[in-house]
Structure formats: C-alpha cells, structure tokens
Design a protein around this ligand. Structure first.
Ligand code: LMR
Length: 328
C-alpha cells in the first residue's frame, strides 16, 4: 500500500511537472473564446497545445486559455500587440479595426459551404490576406474553419420578415450590422462571452452562429429554435504578432509553423463533421431545429444579398467574382 501510494503521488507529480512550463522554454499563451469539446477551434487548439508541448519540450511551452478566460475577442488583439498573449484565433469578423479585406467572409451567401471558403483561402489572393495586417503588427499564420451560420431567436424564424423588429447580437462587424438591418432587425455588437446572458435576460432576442457555438454555449436553451439558413460562415485566423514571430530562432519558428500547418490540415478537414455532430447534439438535448424549403431559403437570400453592394469596394469586385466562381 505504501509503495502504491508513493507510485501514485510520483505519477501525479510527474503530470503536474510536464504540464507546467520549464525554465528556458518559450511560453506561448493562446487565448480563445469557445469551448474545447465538440468544437472545431477548441479541438484544434488543444491538439496544437498537445503537439507543441510533446514535440518541442524544452524549447517551447503552450498554454491554451479557452472560454474567454484570458481575453475576449474584442481585447485579445490589443493584448497581443502589448506582448501579453502570443496566439489567438479570432473569427475573421473581429479584425475590422485592422483590415477591411476580411469583410468578404461576412457577406451573406458569399460562400456556399466550408469547402468553398477553403478553396478561396488557398488562392493567391486568399493567402495574401494572412499578410495584410503586417504594418499593424499582426501576422496571420493559418485559417481555421468553423462552419455555416444559422439564425435563432425567441420566436420561430421562417421568413426574413419574422425577424422584423427583433434585436440581434452580432460580432463586431459592420457587414453583420448591415445584414441584420436588411431583414429589419436591430443589431447589437457584443462579445461572445456575453451572448448567453443577453439572450437569457432578453437584452437581445436572437443571434446567428454555427452549430458548434450554439451547442457549445447552450444558446439553444434560451431560444425558441434555430433555423437552418446556412446564410454565412464563421472562420478564423490564427494570428500572432510580427514582433513575437521575429523573436523566434529560425529552427524553433520552423518547427512551430510546421506543427501548426499539420494541425490546420487535419482539423480543418473535420470542421463540418464536428458541426453536424453539434447539430445532432442540440436535437438530442431537446433543441428545436427548423429546416427551410428552397423557396423559403430564397427569401433570405433575396433579403440579405443586397448588402454586398455596400461593401463591394472594400472587398474588391474581383474577390467577389472569384468566390462566386468557386461556388459554381
Ligand atoms: C462569435 O463571437 O460568435 C464567434 O466569433 C465566436 C467564435 O470564436 O467562434
């Protein structure tokens, strides 16, 4: 018994030691806002952390802070420029203060699915977007996928006219503000961490998000139901500061970027599946999912798509054309 007790405490100690960062290791704090389980970003961040800590032991040590426990997405980029956090993966909607190029990803019905988003990002124009904020001190490293957005509210949404007069939480993006105004809603920008409480207390009536976010943060519990509109996307940029990346020794930087590229490829391939599992989990938990007929969905297209005109100059007509060619 004594021997067993010693063995137990020894192994507990060993786990704690390998979890903590050792002297001399480069500490990488990775702040994000979602849950870790059944979520494309949460799973990818955890895998990245695990691989960096195993394969770069002694050189680099990553600590992931999920669920907005370190910063919410509205503060993390400023904190990164201060050197207080090294890695984040905010949605592309949250870079508005740094670039207008990403607005293409928020335009409703621009991409028909995650594969189309992936193909667009793989193009020369898409890859160049990772470097578009260098002058502002930010370096994009990889695009991570979440999935298609759905609409929810405290009443059934079948036609866009059902949204008239409702208050909707949106991410901090003027495109999303315009989109909600286009259906007669009244949009409010709000941090992700505040959405559940705002829905529960009736500060807002509805929101738009992916299945994994609606499930992960239990929005479905405080909404009448979710309408499967697939009207837009949530996708992420894994981002760091130019200064931090430059400070790494070339071999350390290469190893880190190689691991990140591998994690990106493996997890992006699973993003849609993870969202479909979250959709099913919502139904299993008693949440209401409403499907639209093609005619009903077309009403949402007709109501929202005029928003493109307002932002065509920001995103470039050539990029809109390229995205539409991929959809075809
Ligand atoms: C949101 O704010 O709704 C999302 O960007 C959260 C996330 O990171 O998926």
């Amino acid at each position: 018994a004594a021997a067993a007790a010693v063995a137990l405490s020894f192994s507990a100690g060993a786990v704690a030691a390998s979890d903590a960062c050792d002297d001399g290791e480069i500490v990488v704090k990775f702040a994000h806002v979602t849950n870790t389980d059944k979520h494309p970003k949460g799973i990818a961040a955890s895998l990245l952390e695990q691989r960096v800590n195993e394969e770069m032991n002694g050189k680099m040590c990553m600590e992931v802070f999920p669920n907005s426990t370190l910063y919410d997405d509205n503060k993390v980029l400023e904190a990164m420029l201060q050197g207080d956090v090294q890695l984040a993966a905010p949605s592309l909607s949250k870079f508005e203060k740094f670039t207008k190029q990403f607005r293409i990803f928020d335009l409703p019905f621009m991409f028909k699915n995650v594969a189309a988003v992936d193909a667009f990002q793989a193009s020369e124009a898409g890859q160049a977007m990772k470097d578009s904020m260098q002058r502002r001190g930010l370096q994009g490293l990889a695009f991570w996928h979440n999935g298609m957005k759905q609409m929810s509210a405290n009443k059934p949404l079948i036609s866009p006219s059902d949204a008239a007069g409702l208050k909707f939480r949106v991410q901090s993006s003027d495109v999303l503000v315009a989109q909600m105004e286009a259906i007669g809603g009244s949009p409010q920008k709000m941090a992700f961490s505040e959405v559940y409480g705002a829905l529960q207390q009736g500060v807002v009536d509805g929101q738009e998000n992916t299945w994994s976010n609606i499930y992960g943060k239990k929005f479905f519990e405080v909404q009448d139901g979710i309408t499967e509109t697939n009207h837009g996307i949530i996708d992420y940029l894994v981002v760091t500061s130019v200064d931090w990346l430059d400070s790494l020794e070339p071999d350390v930087r290469d190893q880190f970027l190689t691991i990140l590229a591998e994690v990106t490829e493996v997890r992006n391939a699973e993003a849609t599946k993870v969202n479909m599992q979250a959709r099913q989990a919502i139904i299993d938990a008693g949440g209401v999912v409403r499907e639209l007929t093609p005619e009903q969905r077309q009403e949402w297209v007709d109501a929202m798509k005029p928003v493109w005109e307002k932002f065509a100059a920001d995103v470039g007509q050539e990029n809109i054309d390229a995205a539409q060619a991929i959809n075809a």
